[in-house]
Design a protein around this ligand. Structure first.
Ligand code: NOJ
Length: 510
């Protein structure tokens, strides 16, 4: 064979091999999860704090132990296994009820400044009411708080993370304004019991995400299907219960305990392909603004655009009153500015456009909002079908909050990435790195962000997805007896961020 022919054949072979390889790289791998630019300093401020987050039902297990009462998630997973992808429950899960020491080891290893966890209402008040105090449940959280503090880790406590006591569900749950009294008494007990040591409180986690699926779409407990009505009542009750608790704390506890209280809201950020800023604003009002505007705006009432649209739609439907009732004047002062910070759960973003005609069931939030969403082909997807990596969205969102709510303090209470639970979780590192850069950019642009919390400390029960999607910095083999927490690569990466307060490109050993 001539030398020329050999050369041509070799080149052809190289070309073919490269083409095959490129073909095999899955579409998702070609997509990027990175923030391209850096604005200003590469150091987080020296007082910036890093933490990790979990929630009671997702990690505790011990569902019927030591006097704990059932929550709606116990009833739901027991009665409707078909609603959970792998038919699993949180009955045992990572078993933090018995294995908190393993969580503590992970927290210590990461060197986090704080740990955000939630209290199971029905573990300390099995019937939701203060007449049913359960000392063993109270002791469990005392143990957690004390051990955290002994190790220099600050407790950040969520009072409610989806797991409503079943006993309140029997009275209509969040559609009954009576809930406000029960929740206020529960919160009072928490302040009396733990308030000497807990200085950051979050009343509710993600109201939109338990109200719409729980009372509107019916795919979360208590499986209500009254969209556009009961889900709106649920949001209303949540807002009012939060405000009552805030006022109670300021009047009776603040002087001595000196803590702060906020609510955690989830939102995406929105982009417009046609640079239509009014549609972005509409999408923001219908998501974050729904409860953030009453809390941080100047009226103590819902966003005007929601009040107007829903009043109009309700009239067209022949109703006697609006499905989204304006907040009564005497309640507005209680609600307005009833939060010391905004807790923000940010995961992903979307492009938005006006939906004309309105889409969705009539009535419903989707119908009222008249919005439709799109993805960008460049966005990388996580295991969860809704989760695309869009770090620019977090930077944009933090700036939007700064400009719309007077630069109130923002605590990022959740941000994270889902996969299959592998230890070499390079995609999680990319996601984390990109989102931390977005936070740092926002800080450099004057946004008042004081803390970042990664979701989650450990792999756990991902609601309707059961154990099929993993968000942990630590792997947990749910079916093993010991349920060891094993550090993933991302845990080592996060630790190096926390130690150095800068965002390293990579960490040796990964
Ligand atoms: C937000 C919720 O607060 C949390 O419970 C959930 O696991 C994560 N999102 C991931 O979906």
């Amino acid at each position: 064979m001539s030398r020329k022919l050999i050369l041509i054949l070799s080149l052809l072979l190289v070309f073919l091999l490269t083409a095959v390889k490129a073909h095999n790289v899955s579409k998702n791998e070609q997509k990027v999860c990175a923030l391209q630019h850096r604005s200003g300093s590469k150091h987080f401020p020296s007082n910036f704090k890093f933490g990790a987050s979990t929630a009671a039902y997702q990690i505790e297990g011990g569902w019927n132990e030591d006097g704990r009462g059932p929550s709606i998630w116990d009833t739901f997973t027991h009665q409707h296994p078909e609603m959970i992808d792998d038919h699993s429950t949180g009955d045992e899960g990572p078993d933090s009820y018995h294995k908190f020491d393993k969580d503590l080891e992970a927290l210590k290893e990461l060197k986090v400044h704080f740990y955000r966890f939630s209290i199971s209402w029905s573990r300390i008040l099995p019937n939701a009411d203060i007449s049913s105090k359960n000392q063993k449940g109270i002791d469990y959280y005392n143990m957690i708080i004390n051990k955290l503090l002994e190790n220099g880790i600050e407790p950040v406590v969520t009072m409610f993370h989806y797991d409503l006591p079943e006993s309140l569900n029997l009275y209509g749950g969040f559609t009954n304004l009576e809930l406000i009294k029960y929740f206020t008494n529960y919160a009072k007990l928490l302040f009396e019991t733990y308030g000497d040591r807990v200085k950051v409180w979050i009343t509710f986690n993600e109201p939109y995400d338990y109200c719409i699926p729980g009372y509107g779409d019916g795919n979360y407990p208590p499986m209500g299907h009254d969209h556009g009505v009961a889900d709106y009542l649920c949001m209303d009750t949540t807002l009012k219960a939060h405000a009552e608790v805030y006022r109670l704390y300021r009047q009776n506890f603040f002087e001595k305990q000196k803590g702060k209280i906020g609510m955690t809201l989830s939102t995406r950020f929105y982009f417009s392909k046609t640079n239509n800023s009014s549609i972005i604003d509409r999408a923001m009002q219908y998501s974050l603004g729904w409860l953030a505007y009453p809390l941080f705006g100047e009226t103590g009432n819902y966003p005007q655009v929601m009040l107007d649209d829903i009043a109009k739609n309700s009239e067209e439907e022949g109703r006697a009153w609006s499905r989204l009732r304006s907040i009564a004047e005497n309640e507005r002062d209680i609600i307005k500015h009833s939060a010391d910070f905004l807790g923000l759960n940010y995961y992903t973003s979307r492009y938005v456009e006006e939906a004309n005609p309105a889409q969705g069931k009539k009535p419903s939030w989707q119908y009222d909002s008249r919005l439709k969403y799109e993805l960008d082909v460049k966005w990388k997807r996580g295991k969860s079908n809704w989760l695309y990596c869009v770090p620019e969205g977090l930077e944009g969102l933090l700036n939007w909050i700064k400009n719309n709510y007077n630069n109130i303090e923002v605590i990022i209470t959740e941000n994270g990435w889902s996969d299959d639970g592998q230890l070499d979780d390079m995609e999680r590192i990319d996601y984390l790195k990109a989102h931390l850069q977005a936070v740092l950019n926002a800080i450099n642009m004057g946004c008042n962000v004081t803390r970042y919390t990664h979701w989650s400390l450990i792999d756990n029960f991902e609601w309707q997805r059961g154990y099929t999607e993993k968000f942990g910095l630590y792997y947990v083999n749910i079916s093993s007896a010991g349920k060891e927490r094993i550090a993933k690569y991302s845990a080592r990466y996060y630790k190096s961020v926390i130690e150095s307060k800068i965002i390293p490109d990579f960490v040796a050993g990964n």
